[in-house]
Design a protein around this ligand. Sequence first.
Ligand code: RFL
Ligand code: PHB
Length: 396
Amino acid sequence: MKTQVAIIGAGPAGLMLSHILHLQGIESIVLETRSREAIEATIRAGVLEQGTVDLMKEIGVGARMEREGFRHEGTILRFDGIDRRIDFPELTGGKAVMVYAQHEVIKDLVEARLASGGDIRFEVTDVSVHDLDTTSPSVRFRQQGGELQTIEADFIAGCDGTQGVSRPAIPKGVLKGFERLYPFGWLGILCKAPPSSDELIYALSDRGFALVSTRSPDVQRLYLQCEPTDKIENWSDDRIWSEFRARLATRDGWAPKEGQIFSKTVVGMRSFVTEPMQYGRLFLAGDAAHVVPPTGAKGLNLAVADVRVLARAISQFYKAGQEDLLERYSETALRRIWKAQRFSWWMTSMLHRFPGADEFQHKVQVAELDYVTGSRAASTALAENYVGLPFDALED
Ligand code: RFL
Ligand code: PHB
């Protein structure tokens, strides 16, 4: 079979790319190893930047997000037992973020693609990419264990996340990887309880980091810094709540609203970038090309920003027969990616307890939080990164 763009992976990057291309009159086929039910149920990110929110509305997939998502106009930084608020609209000229779960974004995108006749193949196996350095690359795969099938395309978009096949298919020596591992992870829980706070709380305590987020009026999402390879079995519900109470305590006696915990996961933390994000007619986007620690809430948003740049470049190729935006894709995307890497690394370093850190380091972290929340210039730097940096002329 033939298509214009073969897309590997139905995560936010792959689905969003397929939808934007469709709106430009460009055909694609999306291949996904997991089932529709599985991708629609995987709990991951929760915070959408202003640019992601605007794009979702612009491409017609924002209606449920506008109804069910929560616009957050600020966030709380908690340290030394006190709260300081960063006001996003005030510091960024009216911007904010939306708390709306990634799997809800996925549901909206899958529905939009299928409603307009989009071709998404779920539960495929044996996916491989070929002839990347020619003008007719191809992808092979099996569906329901059947015959090996081939898609011939003009382009392949590798949107298959950290464990995909796209990046490893690029010949050795072409890519350079940049990586930083952090000596801790996050234990994430979902619980049945009302929100403990109207806004997210990022907390530094001498016992480590804690984050209070939300999902709905009766489901809450909270995270605790833990050992990078910690086991869920080490974390009884009692231990989790006692740790949240200790790390989130304020001088005026704040405590989280507790409820039945129905999901616990441990995620490792790393920063990773691969350069360039292209080899021949294969273009990498999203987690297939880069990973950020979750502290800055940037992963999903970067995936969306990549495909926005890529869709524009592919569209220029078909409409004007020009390849300059395609040639600049990697360079253009990487400028935003490195800024998001910097922000995520900075937030992570400022808010976590590092193994072996002494009281001096803790005092310096508290002083940094005091400065960041006390200085308008420094608060603005945090706010404009958190809501998402503006798209520059090349990206827009
Ligand atoms: P995804 O979402 O991993 O999608 C890749 C898809 O490709 C499929 N796949 C294949 N398909 C076909 N053939 C193959 N060989 C394949 N191999 C894999 C996979 O099944 C999958 O469906 O990548 P994408 O689209 O690049 O999106 C990236 C985001 O998912 C990720 O960056 C975020 O979830 C990161 N993240 C956060 N990002 C934010 O912007 N805000 C947040 O608040 C936020 N919080 C988080 C997060 C990630 C977390 N975890 C679990 C890593 C919180 C957590 C806990
Ligand atoms: C989430 O709600 O899952 C979430 C919120 C903020 C982050 C990371 C994750 O920085």
